[in-house]
Ligand binder design. Structure first.
Ligand code: TMP
Length: 217
């Protein structure tokens, strides 16, 4: 049976590491798993990603930014997410519609009703069964994200990391408000835990969902 799990959190929350660990754990149990990410996840959406995240694109207007996220999502859902779910796969996605609510809504202050409408259209009303929110203090997350950039000597995707601290605080608060409003779908985990401890917590949440939905490998 198809299942859709998304990962959310501020910059440097450890999503990418954790999503890969969960994918391996589920694959080792014999599940057919697709790991993907937003913005991006397929060739056309990846091209949109490079516009969205390029540090030189400081003139990108907030509404244009919102529409580009929606465009990337529409392509990604059609090309990757829907076909994978329709063929009974388990889909793990690094960021999804909640990121638009937190970043473009709480972060940029764009109209939440417009965001909800665009999210619905772009996602074809495809909602995650579980959203893992890796919560972390903004100072810690940004510190990690910047040292990763320096370590990898890659600043091609740093546009959001250059936003002021208050922006990231609004994003974190926005995520926490989303989780509070929908506790059935969200599971909040502590991004301050070690990688191994956090992986155990996330696996527990995923296995709970598999059991609830009676999904076996
Ligand atoms: P990543 O660094 O987790 O790959 O995410 C890329 C950036 O895109 C991150 O700073 C958050 C931002 N983002 C939005 O602002 N809105 C969205 O809808 C999505 C999916 C990501």
């Amino acid at each position: 049976m198809a299942l859709f799990i998304t990962f959310e959190g501020i910059e440097g929350s450890g999503k990418s590491t954790q999503i890969a660990l969960l994918r391996t754990a589920l694959q080792n149990m014999g599940h057919a798993v697709i790991q993907t990410r937003e913005p991006g996840g397929c060739a056309i959406a990846d091209q949109i990603r490079s516009i969205l995240l390029h540090p030189e694109n400081t003139a990108l207007e907030p509404t244009a930014e919102l529409l580009l996220y929606a465009a990337a999502r529409a392509q990604h859902v059609t090309e990757i997410i829907r076909p994978a779910l329709d063929s009974g796969k388990l889909v793990l996605c690094d960021r999804y519609t909640d990121a638009t609510v937190a970043y473009q809504g709480d972060g940029r202050g764009l109209d939440p009703h417009l965001i909800a409408q665009l999210n619905k259209v772009a996602s074809q009303a495809t909602t995650p069964d579980l959203t893992i929110l890796i919560d972390l203090q903004v100072e810690t997350g940004l510190g990690r994200a910047l040292s990763r950039e320096i370590e990898q000597q890659d600043s091609s995707e740093g546009r959001f990391e250059r936003e002021e601290m208050a922006f990231h605080q609004r994003v974190r608060d926005g995520y926490l408000a989303l989780a509070k409003a929908d506790p059935k779908r969200f599971s909040i985990v502590d991004g301050g835990l070690s990688i191994a401890q956090l992986a155990v917590e996330i696996q527990k949440e995923a296995l709970k969902l598999l059991e609830q939905k009676k999904v076996s490998a």
